[in-house]
Ligand binder design. Structure first.
Ligand SMILES: NC(=O)c1ccc[n+]([C@@H]2O[C@H](COP(=O)([O-])OP(=O)(O)OC[C@H]3O[C@@H](n4cnc5c(N)ncnc54)[C@H](OP(=O)(O)O)[C@@H]3O)[C@@H](O)[C@H]2O)c1
Length: 251
């Protein structure tokens, strides 16, 4: 069992809910960040019915006031944070990059990029009070610039020509990868480890349930990174087959 306090953003459904459940099963107190009260409380009820210490936390990652209130309430109640899982994410309808309205790119960045910065900065003081703070950014293989640039390489991760060219989502996750390394470098030596992962292609609302993994399977790597030992990596990008001691994705 892992005692401790975790926060998962966007925890009312999909991968976030599955990550929260797995952390709860490990014995952690888990704050379920959700922007909608009804959906957040419903997830809390479900997980509490399984005997888990799950607590709905009102949190819209694009709203600085909401994030500040959420951080204050975790500070008052728990006094520290051991694991922050930046999971909340979104994407615009898929279009050619040249046909994507700038407004759609901005909207995706508000959640996937600026939201992560807002939440991380708000909760960093609480992570610093943990003996072993962990930050996990749920990125995507689609954020890998290396794999995108090798789109036509027959030995690439997708068949030649198949790597999708999605402007808002892919570049937001590439930015998230860079943000991950930037925070990891600031926090080296503090005991706080900051990593990114690609959970795999998971059947959730974000892809109309086309994915081939279940949310619980997609939760495996985020949970591994949220519960790393003190000798675990920082500034790493793990894929669905990742391991704490080496199997990493190209950025
Ligand atoms: N599914 C995959 O194959 C896959 C692959 C790679 C990476 N990912 C990443 O995994 C993460 C989770 O996605 P998912 O597949 O589980 O999709 P999902 O089922 O659509 O879940 C997305 C979650 O994010 C929440 N959210 C969106 N905007 C928010 C905001 N402004 N504030 C707070 N919460 C917000 C949603 O809340 P509402 O219910 O209120 O909308 C929902 O709880 C995302 O970062 C996604 O990019 C997914």
């Amino acid at each position: 069992m892992t005692a401790g306090v975790a926060l998962v953003t966007g925890a009312n459904k999909g991968i976030g809910r599955a990550v929260a459940r797995r952390l709860g099963l490990l014995g952690m107190t888990v704050y379920l960040g959700a922007r909608d009260d009804g959906r957040g409380k419903a997830a809390e009820d479900d997980l509490r019915a399984e005997g888990l210490d799950a607590r709905f936390l009102s949190l819209d990652v694009t709203d600085e006031h909401s994030v500040a209130l959420a951080a204050r309430s975790v500070a008052d109640e728990a006094g520290r944070l051991d694991a922050l899982v930046n999971n909340a994410g979104t994407g615009a309808p898929v279009r050619l990059p040249s046909a994507t309205p700038l407004e759609e790119v901005r909207r995706t960045y508000e959640t996937n990029v600026f939201g992560v910065i807002t939440v991380t900065n708000a909760f960093l003081p609480l992570l610093r009070r943990s003996p072993a703070g962990r930050v996990v950014n749920i990125s995507s293989l689609l954020g890998s610039i290396t794999h995108a640039a090798r789109r036509d390489d027959p030995s690439g991760v997708f068949p030649p020509g198949v790597f999708p060219a999605v402007l808002d989502y892919n570049t937001s996750k590439a930015a998230l990868n860079a943000i991950t390394v930037t925070y990891a470098n600031e926090l080296r030596g503090t005991g706080i480890l900051v990593n990114a992962c690609s959970p795999g292609f998971v059947a959730t609302d974000i892809n109309d349930h086309q994915g081939d993994l279940t949310p619980d399977e997609g939760a495996r790597i985020p949970v591994l990174l949220a519960t790393l030992g003190e000798d675990g990596p920082t500034a790493a990008f793990l894929g669905e087959d990742g391991t704490a001691d080496g199997q990493v994705l190209a950025w």
